[in-house]
Design a protein around this ligand. Structure first.
Ligand SMILES: NC(=O)c1ccc[n+]([C@@H]2O[C@H](COP(=O)([O-])OP(=O)(O)OC[C@H]3O[C@@H](n4cnc5c(N)ncnc54)[C@H](O)[C@@H]3O)[C@@H](O)[C@H]2O)c1
Length: 313
């Protein structure tokens, strides 16, 4: 298939490019590199099925020209603001990068007759609750601008699906970890410890507990959902049953770097405005479809730490 992937130079997007090319698809990856990095996809530049277009989805002329020049069968839309703290400090960030990018993608799909959309959604749409989160859980009350912009994106996707016949696969990710990080807790801890190997400041009390998923598991899960679910709109939680505490991640990063760093907690049950102390997915829908992640949360964290250190050398 001829595929457009937005956010293709980002952390998850670059792994998805590897997977899609490996399966014989032809790709145009678009990214403005606001968070993504060319080095994440540099190994693909010589691949005949791969084209990288540096530019902004919010630049209507640039973005529309991609649809004029190519006949896409499907769009994988991953571009967004992935820095939730930044989005908390400035509400325009998620409105623009997380919501308006989705709207522009949908408008171009409608105008140029692209029939399939695979969307990167998130656990953040569920808001703050200790309930088991299943796909029809509601009412949904996000507590971050990021979660709100993703939920608004989902709403427009289902409306465009109903109104204009676009088929959609909405995959809701947990915390994703692995090599080519552009952000996130492990990335943050490694960066801080490189600056100061004696002390690690952890945001919150370290008791935050969440499922962490290895990026290659996630990418296989996205592909599985796309290939095996056939409703007009297919909504799936992607994740792992187990969870890992932030204080354990801090300990694992320090150990893997061979340091004796002292951990300082800033206190409180969450790291930043819009963070949630915990969440837990109900994964029965994806399991019933026939797919499970290969790595537990602890295994994903441990592997991601090793890979991230190796990659950053
Ligand atoms: N990493 C996670 O834990 C996680 C969890 C849940 C959902 N998600 C979602 O998965 C997707 C990928 O996340 P990621 O972790 O790879 O983040 P990322 O920041 O590495 O990737 C997003 C990419 O989008 C690009 N981008 C942003 N705005 C753009 C614009 N206007 N035009 C063109 N490109 C633009 C960025 O440069 C970046 O490369 C995002 O939609 C994110 O919200 C990620």
């Amino acid at each position: 298939m001829n595929i457009l992937i937005t956010g293709g130079a980002g952390f998850i997007g670059s792994h998805l490019c590897d997977e899609l090319l490996g399966q014989g698809h032809t790709l145009v990856a678009v990214d403005n590199l606001v968070l993504g990095r060319e080095e994440n996809i540099a190994h693909l530049f010589s691949h005949s099925g791969f084209t990288f277009c540096k530019g902004d989805i919010l630049d209507a002329a640039f973005f529309e020209a991609l649809f004029v020049d190519n006949r896409f069968d499907v769009v994988f839309h991953l571009a967004a603001n992935s820095d939730i703290q930044k989005g908390g400090n400035d509400p325009m960030v998620d409105y623009e990068l997380t919501f308006r990018t989705t709207f522009n993608v949908l408008q171009c799909m409608r105008k140029y007759g692209v029939a399939q959309l695979v969307f990167a959604s998130t656990s953040a749409i569920y808001g703050e609750t200790t309930d088991l989160l299943w796909e029809n859980y509601g009412p949904l009350r996000p507590v971050s601008n990021y979660g709100a912009a993703k939920l608004a994106s989902e709403a427009y996707i289902t409306a465009f699906a109903a109104s204009y016949g676009i088929r959609a696969w909405i995959t809701r990710f947990p915390n994703v970890v692995g090599e080519r990080f552009t952000h996130g807790v492990i990335y943050d801890f490694i960066r801080k410890l490189k600056n100061n190997p004696h002390e690690l400041t952890v945001l919150g009390n370290g008791e935050q507990i969440k499922p962490y998923m290895y990026v290659k598991d996630l990418v296989r899960g996205i592909m599985y959902v796309w290939e095996n679910s056939h409703e007009p709109v297919n909504v799936y939680n992607l994740g792992v049953d187990s969870r890992t505490k932030v204080k354990d991640i801090a300990r694992m990063v320090i150990e893997e770097l061979g340091l004796q760093a002292h951990i300082v907690y800033t206190g409180g049950d969450r790291g930043w405005v819009g963070d949630v102390p915990e969440f837990k997915y109900d994964l029965s829908k994806i399991h019933l479809l026939g797919w499970q992640a290969q790595h537990t949360s602890d295994e994903a964290v441990s592997l991601a730490i090793k890979k991230a250190i190796e990659y950053s050398k």
